[in-house]
Structure formats: structure tokens, C-alpha cells
Design a binder for this molecule. Structure first.
Ligand SMILES: [Zn+2]
Length: 81
């Protein structure tokens, strides 16, 4: 069983057992690894954004409510005279 794939660089058939293309030296594994890293980075960013939104929005809303309520509750100084 000779499994081959087409090299993305030189379009030659390369044995799947070979880690790099014998024709041009292209390493398909390195690209896959970099893609995985890229996906990990995007995933982490998405997680941070989602967590930040879920945790941050209620904090900001409650903070706004507190400040507005505090302003309303403070008794206005009665005009004297
Ligand atoms: Zn090649």
C-alpha cells in the first residue's frame, strides 16, 4: 500500500510516509502545526472576549445602577431663604 499525496509546492506525488517532499523539501506537517497554533490563539482570544463580555457587562451595568441610585438617594440640599 503506497499512500501518496500531492505536494502543495511542486505538485509532485509524495509518499505519505515521507515527512517532507523529496522533490522540493516542502514540509506539510509544519503548516498543519502553524494552523493548529493559529486556531489555538483565535480560540483563546474568543474565550477571553466571551468571558470578558459575560463577566464584564453585568459588572458595568451593576456599577452604573449603583452610581445612578446613589445620586438619586442623596438628598438635594433644600433651598433656604
Ligand atoms: Zn514538493
Amino acid at each position: 500500500m503506497d499512500e501518496t499525496f500531492i505536494c502543495e509546492e511542486c505538485r509532485e506525488s509524495v509518499n505519505e510516509q515521507a515527512s517532507t517532499c523529496p522533490h522540493c523539501g516542502y514540509d506539510p506537517g509544519s503548516e498543519m502545526k502553524s494552523q493548529a497554533k493559529w486556531r489555538l490563539g483565535v480560540g483563546a482570544l474568543l474565550c477571553l472576549t466571551i468571558v470578558g463580555g459575560v463577566v464584564g457587562i453585568p459588572l458595568v451595568v451593576s456599577g452604573l445602577r449603583h452610581s445612578s441610585r446613589a445620586e438619586k438617594e442623596t438628598p438635594a440640599t433644600p433651598a433656604q431663604g
